[in-house]
Design a protein around this ligand. Structure first.
Ligand code: MG
Length: 305
């Protein structure tokens, strides 16, 4: 065990002991953690149509398979590509998530007349998630400038709104997955723990959260700690480098480490998808993604107790 492994192991065991001692998440003990580590998987997804060029759908599918992708993330509410569902199934891919966004911050707008439209749009996305079998509808309450309300008011609206929407998500077999962003994009909801607590306060399994390594590089003092805080509320992960130029590139294209966060994902037994949500710095994008996947796999292996 080298010095880095020693510290990572010590930190993980310490975190486990701390969690058990405060009784906050009583289901977690070290035996559970050991089971979680066995259960955890690194499964890759990416935006349909993104990351690297392809001549057509068949070429994209072929390249995604060659690279080892298993999942597909759809943009918006996914309604524009409903006709591709059977192709995704036939080719063995799982639609893991809809990157829904914020609907202009409508749900938490200072103008109450806008909120119902946002709720309706979110419900349509949840129905589309049910159609595709996607487990996560990635939702941002508001980007900066999309609402004039403050944090206390936004949180109250979410508490008034999300529990019922969360129950609707349960019926749809999916999750409203709150995405914490960095402060340049949203001051409200920047940390994974905050997303997890909002989800827990909603008292429905239909509200969840996620971690995006890009945003986490800005906002989280510990990637591992963030995912442990999220616990079983983590239903999705986005991969991308941090803010240093060229920002938000592929994992491995700069020196942003991933093993620490992956250790957190192992700790909680995460076996959902890690979806690339980033640009590509290298000119040959396809080969760059291949290298990045190899890098992520090596970071996953490095994340040991
Ligand atoms: Mg993201």
């Amino acid at each position: 065990m080298n010095r880095r492994d020693f510290f990572m192991t010590s930190a993980a065991i310490g975190a486990g002991a701390a969690l058990a001692s405060v009784g906050k998440v009583s289901a977690i003990d070290m035996a559970t953690v050991a089971e979680n580590v066995k259960k955890a998987k690194l499964r890759f997804a990416c935006y349909w149509g993104g990351l690297f060029p392809a001549e057509n759908d068949a070429d994209r599918i072929k390249k995604m398979r060659e690279l080892g992708f298993e999942g597909i993330e759809l943009s918006g509410d996914g309604g524009g590509v409903k006709d591709k569902k059977q192709m995704f199934i036939d080719e063995g891919f799982e639609v893991c998530s809809l990157c829904f966004g914020s609907v202009g911050g409508a749900v938490v707008s200072e103008d109450p007349s806008r909120r119902q439209g946002g709720i309706d749009a979110l419900k349509r996305a949840l129905e589309n998630a049910a159609y595709f079998g996607a487990k996560a509808v990635v939702y941002v309450p508001a980007f900066n400038g999309q609402t004039k309300l403050g944090h206390v008011e936004i949180r109250k609206i979410l508490m008034d709104t999300l529990p019922a929407l969360g129950e609707f998500a349960v019926e749809c077999g999916t999750h409203i997955t709150l995405e914490p962003l960095n402060r340049t994009e949203a001051w409200f909801l920047r940390q994974v723990a905050d997303g997890a607590q909002i989800a827990r306060d909603c008292k429905t399994e239909g509200v969840a959260t996620m971690g995006d390594f890009y945003h986490m590089a800005w906002e989280e003092p510990s990637d591992m700690g963030a995912f442990i805080s999220g616990g079983d509320r983590i239903k999705h992960v986005h991969l991308g480098n941090g803010p240093q130029p060229p920002r938000r590139t592929l994992p491995g294209e700069d020196d942003r480490p991933f093993a620490d966060g992956f250790l957190g994902l192992k700790f909680i037994g995460y076996d959902g998808f890690c979806s690339f949500e980033c640009g590509v710095a290298a000119p040959d994008k396809f080969e760059a993604v291949r290298r990045s996947i190899a890098y992520c796999r090596s970071e996953w292996e490095k994340a040991t107790f």
